[in-house]
Write a protein that binds this ligand. Structure first.
Ligand SMILES: Cc1cc2nc3c(=O)[nH]c(=O)nc-3n(C[C@H](O)[C@H](O)[C@H](O)COP(=O)(O)OP(=O)(O)OC[C@H]3O[C@@H](n4cnc5c(N)ncnc54)[C@H](O)[C@@H]3O)c2cc1C
Length: 460
């Protein structure tokens, strides 16, 4: 591909609207950020490139919430509360939430959901909180004020190019898109021996539950291992996750691993690599499904009911804020004075050919998440991005910490904190890093959030 550029004619860009808080990205972090910002009393707009919310949970076809629970002193307890309670309640009313199940060698709880129900529940939570949603709009750039604050986000859609102005912005794009355009510091692990590999999720339907037996996911893993040892098959990764959904006729399959030609991880910020990932992901899905259908009792009449709309991206840009959460913080169950919630998920690192798990060393089983990880760092020219928070999987975490706190539960936490804090910054007329953190903690706890400063309630 050539490196030449063309010069576009300059143009005047129509303004779509002006909002107190503008959130880019409608994954778990963005859903909570928009809902919390609207509840804080201002106008809030959530910009999402697809026609539905949920992020990797829906567009990436995950269909399981991880990180809602921690294994704390031997008990599986829900540690993600606050707005997450309302979302889960809505899912229950839609009959779209399984009871928690144990996963990763039965070491921690996760909770499967119905993807369509999640889309509806997220719509309801965001709009019911008073925020507006703009679907089918891709944020493509930012306009900065001379001070370094973000003035507007540029969007592209079927309506053309428009600008969305805001008083405060929250980057919940997962990839740190807005942070990158705003010029704040970020990093990305190298694709070879660095960044986590993406996967393309798919779901299988038509499983004969009675023939499949009580724990057929173990059968699938064993059969795949045996086939590899016998040399008849090779699979892109070890430790496949093949588990039943709410209706056990339907199963989700998480077993692909998407690589570049040099063996490195597909980079979710490269459109060429994303394209390659989709193509090889569907081939891998077809190959693995055929094996499962032909070898696993109960799967004889099954079929692929859905391949996720896009490959699931685990890691790309992570900002470098005033504090980066580290893997040691996760494994050592660290506490922080500026806690905004907790992460109980272990390190789950998708490395070449397999998945590595590293567990918390303390019985408490969760670390606190400091407010500082949603704050952008200082630019090289010293100008602050005073009206920007960066939340979710692109927050300020090292590669190792992100391998744990990227899952849905902690992303809910970071999103709710960012939306609530943005409202406080606007009310107080201060920069994002100058809010009263004790006041934020009080508000979050009032909203029902668990900040990890006491023992969690025994809620499953
Ligand atoms: C294959 C795979 C399996 C996983 N399995 C699980 C699991 O079982 N359970 C679990 O809890 N977690 C799982 N994860 C982790 C999951 O990525 C996170 O839980 C979570 O979705 C990250 O949330 P987020 O809001 O930070 O970002 P995302 O979920 O990535 O959401 C970002 C949102 O922003 C939108 N967006 C991005 N850029 C723009 C833009 N420029 N303009 C407009 N919109 C934009 C995207 O469309 C998306 O909706 C998995 C991840 C992958 C990839």
């Amino acid at each position: 591909m050539g490196t030449e550029t063309i010069t576009e004619p300059s143009r005047r860009t129509p303004v779509y609207g002006e909002f107190d808080v503008v959130v880019v990205g409608g994954g778990p972090a963005g859903i909570m950020a928009a809902a919390a910002a609207a509840r804080a009393g201002g106008t809030a707009l959530l910009i999402e490139r697809y026609g539905f919310l949920g992020g990797a949970g829906t567009a990436g076809g995950l269909s399981t919430f991880c990180g809602l629970h921690a294994r704390t002193y031997g008990a599986d307890v829900r540690v993600i509360r606050g707005l997450a309670d309302e979302l889960l309640d809505r899912l229950v009313k839609l009959d779209g939430l399984n009871a928690p199940h144990l996963t990763i060698a039965d070491g921690i709880a996760a909770q499967a959901f119905d993807i369509s129900a999640y889309k509806i529940a997220a719509d309801e939570l965001v709009t019911g909180s008073g925020a507006r949603i703009l679907f089918h709009a891709m944020a493509v750039g930012a306009v900065l004020a001379p001070s370094g604050s973000v003035d507007a986000v540029l969007i592209e859609s079927k309506s053309g190019r428009q600008a969305v102005r805001g008083r405060f912005f929250i980057d919940a794009s997962g990839d740190g898109d807005l942070a990158c355009w705003a010029g704040v510091p970020w990093e990305k692990a190298p694709p070879v021996d660095g960044m986590m590999y993406p996967s393309l999720m798919f779901r299988i339907n038509g499983v004969d539950v009675n023939r499949a037996g009580p724990a057929p996911w173990r059968t699938v893993e064993r059969l795949m291992d045996e086939a590899e040892k016998a040399g008849t098959h090779t699979f892109p990764r070890k430790k496949p996750i093949v588990r039943p959904q709410r209706n056990p006729l339907e199963w989700r399959a998480n077993l692909t691993q998407l690589r570049r030609a040099d063996g490195g991880a597909i980079d979710g910020t490269s459109v060429e690599e994303l394209t390659r990932g989709e193509l090889i992901g569907r081939q891998q899905a077809h190959h693995a499904f055929t094996f499962i259908r032909d070898r696993t009792p109960g799967f004889e009449d099954s079929y692929i009911v859905d391949i996720a709309p896009q490959i699931g991206i685990r890691e790309t840009r992570r900002i470098i804020g005033p504090y980066q959460l580290t893997e040691e913080d996760v494994l050592g169950c660290a506490d922080f004075d500026d806690t905004i919630g907790v992460n109980g998920w272990p390190v789950e690192s998708h490395v070449a050919g397999t998945v590595e798990f590293r567990w918390q060393r303390r019985e408490r089983g969760f670390n606190q998440l400091p407010f500082r990880i949603i704050l952008p760092g200082t630019r090289a020219d010293g100008r602050p991005a005073a009206n920007l928070y960066v939340t979710g999987r692109c927050a300020s975490m090292t590669h190792g910490a992100q391998s744990a706190a990227r899952v849905t539960g902690p992303c809910f936490v970071m999103g709710e904190a960012a939306g609530t804090a943005a409202g406080m910054a606007l009310s107080a007329g201060v920069a994002g890093d100058a809010i009263d953190v004790t006041g934020l903690q009080r508000r979050l706890e009032y909203q029902g959030a668990f900040l990890g400063r006491s023992a969690p309630e025994a809620v499953l």
